[in-house]
Design a protein around this ligand. Structure first.
Ligand code: PGA
Length: 248
């Protein structure tokens, strides 16, 4: 097992190192399959990649999750987020980008097709993750089954509150359900880099990395993965000092 924790001075340092992780992967394997995450945390990583312009011509991409019911051009959709933050500004080929259709007429079939597309691509080489304040990864909320593949979830109220700013501030306007890669898909990624920044993540990050491995803290599964890099800024890593920099 290898869980490496790097505590870096600030958000920009986390973003820069995350961008380097992706560049390193693409240097080793130009057609690597990358699992991307959304949320506020990885925005700096994406800005940095846009600035650096690594060659992404052969890169293939999947995303962690999407709100159910939202068309790809909806301002709150993760499809739109990814295009605006990254895909429209790098040389990734459109046919290599795989995004779930939130407005699919048959969401269960959409989940199955996405699962199959990941398998057909040979699995995920590098999965980028954020962590929810409740410990979720993707939209795998506390208590959800860990055996699931791509599936439909009902969002925790705390998640709808946390994500309300992208929907004008009202949690009721955040879709109640989403599609997400399951924990099974996430842990099948050959390498995982999890980004955590800001003091609001400090407690949950410490619980996830040093507490019991339990579905009540979905990110705690990462303790059992063979190749994980945690990039935290000083605020998010404030309870992790003793582990910083050590593999385990
Ligand atoms: P955030 O979201 O990056 O906006 O904090 C993380 C998450 O919910 O996974």
């Amino acid at each position: 097992m290898s869980l490496e924790i790097r505590i870096l001075p600030d958000y920009d340092a986390v973003s820069a190192m995350a961008a380097t992780e992706l560049e390193t992967m693409l240097a080793q394997k130009p057609d690597a399959v990358i699992g991307f995450a959304t949320g506020e945390t990885p925005r700096g990583m994406y800005r940095e990649l846009v600035r650096r312009q690594p060659n992404c011509r052969q890169m293939r991409t999947f995303n962690l999750d999407e709100y159910l019911g939202l068309p790809p051009d909806h301002p709150g959709s993760y499809a739109r987020y990814m295009h605006e933050a990254l895909f429209d500004h790098i040389n990734v080929q459109p046919e290599h980008v795989h995004l779930m259709r939130g407005d699919a007429s048959d969401p269960s079939a959409e989940c199955k097709a996405y699962e199959q597309a990941i398998a057909d691509a040979g699995g995920i080489d590098l999965q980028v993750l954020g962590i929810g304040r409740n410990g979720h990864i993707g939209f795998n909320e506390p208590g959800d089954e860990w055996t699931e593949g791509v599936h439909i979830v009902t969002l925790a109220e705390s998640t709808r509150i946390a994500n309300a700013p992208a929907f004008g501030g009202n949690p009721d306007d955040v879709p109640a359900q989403a599609m997400t890669l399951g924990i099974r898909n996430i842990v099948q990624a050959r390498r995982i880099v999890l980004l955590a920044t800001g003091a609001t993540k400090a407690d949950i990050l410490a619980q996830a990395l040093t507490g019991p491995v339990t579905p009540h803290v979905p990110a705690s599964i990462l303790q059992e993965h063979p190749s994980v890099l945690i990039l935290a800024d000083a605020a998010a890593g404030q309870h992790l000092g003793g582990n910083a920099g050590h593999g385990r």
